[in-house]
Design a binder for this molecule. Structure first.
Ligand SMILES: Cc1cc2nc3c(=O)[nH]c(=O)nc-3n(C[C@H](O)[C@H](O)[C@H](O)COP(=O)(O)OP(=O)(O)OC[C@H]3O[C@@H](n4cnc5c(N)ncnc54)[C@H](O)[C@@H]3O)c2cc1C
Length: 396
């Protein structure tokens, strides 16, 4: 028997055989999340996107909680304790449906819950994490301000001690889940440095008006946070961290999920383009039979599966406790940039149909404009890598 006779057949959905790297439990997580998204998101998301709303977000959060998808890779307090690879696979499947749903899950688990889990007191963990893991309480994460995005060290939001209490004042901008959150993790300047505060959103002086008129992440709630003399007990501060290290380590965890998630949006667009190329006929034959279309599809497949392989590699490093923030920057920079390119190329293959919400590609492409910017812009990740490569800081 020749060696080639033993080879498995070429699989257009997994040309590199990456699935061979997955354990049966990983495949089970992936199938469960994929099935949920196919049932609960895909039939409706174009409509939500067109209307610019995410109706039923509280029900969706509870369902995601039952799936174990909220704070998925955290342990204890009702969290699933899944591996980083499993969490990544879930992010990919959710973002293949829509980046807005993946954002809901990332902010809940990797930003708000992660901050409490890693830096919170035992009382804070007991109070918030089980309900957040179940999706009964939605969380948000307030770092960005109207005048301070890429440079959060310059934030103006501040907290002052008043007896045993803290008094919080300031504004946060572009905060995912803000208007529907029951709890906000808010980063503020204090005399001791930047600290994190766990803020119940029914606190007097706290409000979260929703930001409208977005042309990206339309099936996602994005809000401003307004804090006017919000009085918090001394126990509201996250005790285990001072300084930007706190929010940055949360962001690193969330960015890791984006490395996978972006490939979900790319996969969905690639599949739409491949289907279309096989059936759409021009000049008497399927457009997939033209070399120029095949060149596009081949290049898209190469970048898609390289990106998934990269995500997998980073996931294994995270599971081994060896993932550096610069490596997360590497992944986020590459995978979001390539994903948006794949979506734009898919759009060209669909011709005029590519701009229609009947197909997912334009929705994914416009969503990825936000994903390219949030959790560190392309330029910030280039600067992180540039500094790591040269030893020279070019941020300012
Ligand atoms: C839909 C959406 C949801 C979001 N959700 C959240 C959330 O939940 N919580 C939260 O805290 N934030 C959130 N954000 C905010 C996001 O993290 C910021 O938008 C991002 O950090 C960039 O900040 P900015 O928009 O103020 O841009 P700026 O920082 O003003 O940057 C503008 C441009 O200048 C470039 N630039 C800045 N400094 C340099 C430099 N030194 N060298 C070269 N180029 C530079 C940037 O790369 C960018 O291209 C969200 C944003 C969006 C769009």
């Amino acid at each position: 028997m020749t060696a080639s006779a033993k080879l498995p057949p070429f699989d257009a959905t997994d040309p590199l055989g990456i699935d061979d790297l997955l354990e049966p439990e990983d495949l089970a997580v992936r199938d469960t999340v994929r099935g949920w998204a196919a049932d609960r998101v895909l039939p409706y998301v174009a409509d939500w996107y067109e209307k610019g709303e995410l109706p039923g977000i509280r029900d969706l959060a509870r369902e995601l909680g039952s799936l174990g998808a909220l704070g998925m890779s955290l342990t204890g307090y009702g969290c699933a304790g899944a591996s980083a690879v499993q969490y990544g696979l879930a992010c990919l499947e959710l973002e293949a449906a829509d980046s807005g749903i993946r954002s809901l899950v990332s902010v809940q688990g990797s930003l708000a819950m992660y901050a409490v889990h890693r830096f919170g007191s035992e009382e804070q963990k007991q109070e918030w994490l089980p309900r957040m893991a179940a999706g009964e309480v939605i969380g948000c994460f307030g770092l960005t301000e109207p005048d301070h995005g890429s440079d959060p060290a310059a934030m103006r939001t501040h907290a002052k001690r008043d007896g045993d209490d803290w008094v919080l004042n300031g504004r946060k901008m572009w905060i995912t889940n803000g208007s529907v959150a029951g709890v906000a993790v808010v980063w503020a300047r204090t005399e001791e440095g930047i600290r994190g505060f766990v803020v119940p959103t029914d606190s007097p002086g706290f409000s979260a008006p929703e930001i409208k008129h977005k042309w990206s992440l339309r099936a996602s709630v994005t809000s401003e946070l307004v804090m006017d003399d919000v009085r918090l007990p001394g126990s509201a501060v996250l005790p285990e961290v001072t300084g930007l290290r706190g929010p940055l380590s949360c962001l690193s965890h969330a960015r890791y999920g984006i490395v996978w998630g972006a490939m979900g949006a790319a996969r969905s667009s690639f599949e739409a383009a491949l289907d279309y190329a096989r059936s759409r006929e021009q000049f008497g034959r399927p457009i997939g039979g033209f070399q120029l279309t095949q060149a596009k599809l081949a290049d898209m497949a190469v970048e898609l599966h390289k990106g998934i392989l990269l995500a997998h590699h980073l996931g294994r490093r995270m599971d081994a406790g060896r993932l550096r923030p610069e490596q997360v920057s590497f992944g986020k920079l590459n995978n979001v940039r390539e994903a948006i390119d794949i979506c734009r190329t898919a759009r060209t293959i669909l011709g005029a149909n590519g701009i229609s919400l009947e197909y997912p590609v334009m929705r994914h492409a416009t969503n990825l404009e936000s994903v390219l910017t949030y959790e560190g812009t392309v330029e910030m990740h280039q600067l992180v890598l540039g500094k790591a490569l040269t030893g020279l800081d070019a941020f300012r």
